[in-house]
Design a protein around this ligand. Sequence first.
Ligand code: BDP
Length: 657
Amino acid sequence: EDGSQLWLRFPAKNGISPEKIMAKGNSPMLNIARRELTGHWQGQGVELRLEKSLKNLKDGYRITSSSEKIVVSAPKESGLLYGVYHILRLQQTNADLNNLNITEKPSYDVRILNHWDNLDGSVERGYAGHSLWKWEELPDTVSPRYEAYARANASIGINATVLNNVNASPNMLREDYLKKVKVLADIFRPYGIKVYLSVNFSSPKVLGGTENSDPLNKEVQKWWKEKAAEIYKLIPDFGGFLVKANSEGQPGPQDYGRTHADGANMMADILKPYGGIVMWRAFVYSPSKEDRAKQAYLEFVPLDGKFRDNVIIQIKNGPIDFQPREAFNPLFGALKKTPEMVEFQITQEYLGQANHLAYLAPLFKETLESDTYANGKGSTIAKITDGTLRPGKLTAISAVANIGEDTNWTGHQFAQSNWYAFGRLAWNHELTSEQIADEWIKMTFTDKPEFVNPVKQMMLTSRETVVDYMMPLGLHHIFAGNHHYGPEPWGDYKGGRPDWSPVYYHQADAGGIGFDRTQTGSNAVSQYFPPLNEIYGNIRTCPENLILWFHHVPWDYKMKDGKTLWDELCYKYDSGVQQVREYQKTWDRMQSYIDEQRFSEVQSRLKIQAKDAVWWKDACLLYFQTFSKRPVPYDIERPVNELGDLKKIKLNMGHHN
Ligand code: BDP
């Protein structure tokens, strides 16, 4: 039992006989639906019915049932396939299959994974082994995992994938690579998954030998046009481009004095006749005096209204970078005319990578449910991005994948739940974290309540636990420089970019700690709509879980529970450590309910997590204590490390920033 089956553990016995499936047509997609039913469905007969009148459901479907028959009806075949996975999920979680009356419509049109996979097989911020894509073997050798990947995604409603890193190699667009991409696209297509590529803005110059890659240069436009024709000839349903431009050293339109809109529109015009889209990333910041958290907003708000309608701005959930907790990105809602999509990170770059158990649905939900107030109260990020408040626009949601060639796909057995949770929320963002965890546990392990309940509790609290032992109360980016795994709050890379140094983010000094983003500081609060600018800007009303994100707070500041800030910080770190110890106890009690292999793999990773939590707590408290000059409250665990020793730890996990 190695976890390779993910949540797809349908009964081993055969399913119903082919005669009990009523479906017209023989397309590859319908045949997959049939195969899943004959392989695994053990209930009443199933009718799959295409119904044009249900057009409003898009990729969705209806399910009705009696004891004799289940009817899945949908406007498109993709809906029928998703409906089949829905009933299989119901069967697997032991739901009552009679008298069903279900209507499902996806929250987003494009539900997309972003792989940060390089052509050499490495994966940027990947912690589950090498890339799943075997570029050197393709197009001739086809790994069975390509189809398994497509099936897993289809089972949760993911319908799109970007195959390569946003730090894109121009070579991705070379003819030989496109032929490899075509093979993957052909495998994914019957599972309803479209392929997209990250593109390097300098591709025309690098590959085509044009003088430059200026988006207004006719030669450059011609190159892209021909490239698009070549791509669509191979892959007629190709989805489009994802672009990281003028960000962290990547080339972009600004290299030629053009704007992000000039760059995005040039590509959008070329993809438009084919139905392709451009996902243009808002993750831009430069080493200027301006607070990094403000830069995307400053860059993109003036361009609102200047983008083509097949451009969508892809925005990270927070304004810095996938931290355990961030305030939401103020760009959400600020663009009134331009479609916006969220970019989450499933791979746990900043949440303990593949060693720590962190169930991320609560983080995803926290963002989606954040009220931007852009159109008055109730303007949640979910409603801004799903079309409710911006009707008639392209809708999409994305996340950086945590998938690699590891047998269990994601490194940590529990990291599978984050892939699962993203897919489920992309399909229906109203599902709760608890519902999703409940399904996932039952499908992945067992439905015994003695297992489900404690494990669910552990999952539901796990992200907050990571926040507590790493960066409570709104602290952020105090990771060791290149690998983003362990703590380095003392990091001060003199001579380098200030906004890559931890001391830039926590600002600890004798007076207190935290980044002043109020009017007396960077005034990032002004980028939020009223009343949020006031709420965040006032230390008395700012939510305490973001207090050090928005304020420089005196060490003796009285928190709502009456403790001083310093004591509160100590208790938070300690509670993070204690929680992980509880998870170890919880997990050890679960041994008899599941297989030995997955049990012991999780057990040994929890040991690492417990050690790391202490490492974080000691490093941060001992270091911050050099400023606060106050004792660690006497009833919490004493440090077991010396600050000097912790400062010497160098992990060999090299990376650029
Ligand atoms: C950061 C990563 C870096 C990515 C960058 C991005 O550290 O590897 O290239 O984001 O999203 O989180 O472009």
